[in-house]
Design a protein around this ligand. Structure first.
Ligand code: TRP
Length: 336
């Protein structure tokens, strides 16, 4: 049997995930826990670069942790922790900075995009509004990954460059100190093709920035309204319809059991099933799946729930790894 691999990913803490995140990120990450070592953390220090409201930051962190747990993350199998609980991440970030070329950081997409926005707006100082946290983001992310000696990092395609940078930085370190200690070189695991991209209620890719998303734990009545408002054309009830160009059907296909999806497809193609009926099916599927999760979420988010103990226990387990890595790294560089 092949040795199990260590999967690690960082979860952004901004706001409640939507049902597209559930299909594209949460569900596959939970499935990876069946056969691998999994470490999933809340990237709270990364959030600090953009969130300057302490109450909101505090709430976001608990809310996102509660969401993943409510969706079925088993804290016995997956180590879930806050980035901020692991001091070794920050120690390692400093050590990694000493082997990282500034030119590499200058070429980072997020940093370059911020400069391009200033240029387009006619702002003379291209670094205006860029904090050092944004500039250093790729090094902190490399530290997140390397401190746990991760092999596989499941992330979206927008993170390809960050994973490449992590590998580059690890190789620089290994080149200098590899006789004493070498980091395993991590690989990104990216969603395959279009299969996991959900349409939003307007038919474009579901995204918070388009405001076309369905938040994962909407109360039942709001979920019903949101599904009802998905635009459809005026094909009469009795006419045959094309499921493959229908947003409610594409959403249904992601969440319903295959037999139910096949049945709905047949009824649409035959004619006699109206868009309203299709939306009722979609609402029912989503509501049945998410209601128990929503209830568990409400329990976890309440003050005094198990949530904080779960995160503290995860931090203990994560630190056993990070301490071991740092001890080796310190010896390798001569700070021991
Ligand atoms: N940058 C990632 C994102 O925006 C979040 C993240 C931070 C991360 N540190 C990480 C992901 C380490 C994987 C591994 O989604």
């Amino acid at each position: 049997m092949a040795a199990t691999k260590t999967y690690l990913t960082g979860i952004q803490t901004s706001g409640m995930p939507h049902i597209g995140n559930y299909i594209g990120a949460i569900k596959p990450a939970l499935a990876a826990a069946d056969a691998n070592t999994t470490l999933y953390f809340l990237a709270d220090y990364h959030s600090l670069n953009s969130v300057k409201d302490p109450a909101r930051l505090r709430q976001d962190i608990r809310s996102v942790a509660a969401t993943w747990l409510a969706c079925g993350l088993d804290p016995e199998r997956t180590v879930i922790y806050r980035q901020s609980s692991i001091p070794e991440v920050f120690e390692l970030a400093t050590i990694l900075a000493s082997v990282t070329a500034k030119g590499l950081m200058n070429r980072a997409h997020a940093y370059k995009a911020a400069r391009d926005r200033n240029e387009a707006a006619g702002v003379a100082e291209l670094d205006a509004g860029v904090n050092m946290g944004l500039f250093n983001y790729p090094i902190l992310m490399a530290a997140d990954i390397l401190v746990m000696e991760a092999d596989v990092v499941p992330v979206g395609r927008d993170q390809v460059q960050h994973i490449e940078y992590t590998a580059d930085i690890a190789k620089s370190f290994n080149h200098l100190y590899g006789e004493s200690y070498a980091f395993p070189i991590p690989e990104g695991a990216y969603p395959e093709g279009e299969a996991s991209i959900l349409p939003g209620v307007d038919g474009r890719k579901m995204s918070k920035s388009y405001d076309n998303h369905i938040p994962i734990f909407l109360p039942e009545s709001r979920l019903k309204k949101t599904v009802r408002r998905i635009p459809t054309d005026s094909t009469p009830v009795e006419d045959p319809k094309d499921p493959d160009t229908s947003v409610p059907f594409q959403l249904l296909a992601q969440f319903a059991a295959p037999e139910r999806t096949a049945d709905v497809r047949k009824r649409l193609e035959a004619g006699g099933m109206g868009w309203g009926e299709l939306k009722n099916e979609l609402f029912d599927v989503l509501n049945t799946l998410f209601t128990p999760m929503r209830d568990r979420y409400e329990e976890l988010i309440a003050p005094g729930s198990d949530l904080d103990d779960i995160l503290a226990a995860g931090a203990d387990r994560a630190r056993a790894r990070s301490r071991a890595t740092l001890a080796k790294v310190r010896t390798a560089v001569g700070i021991d």
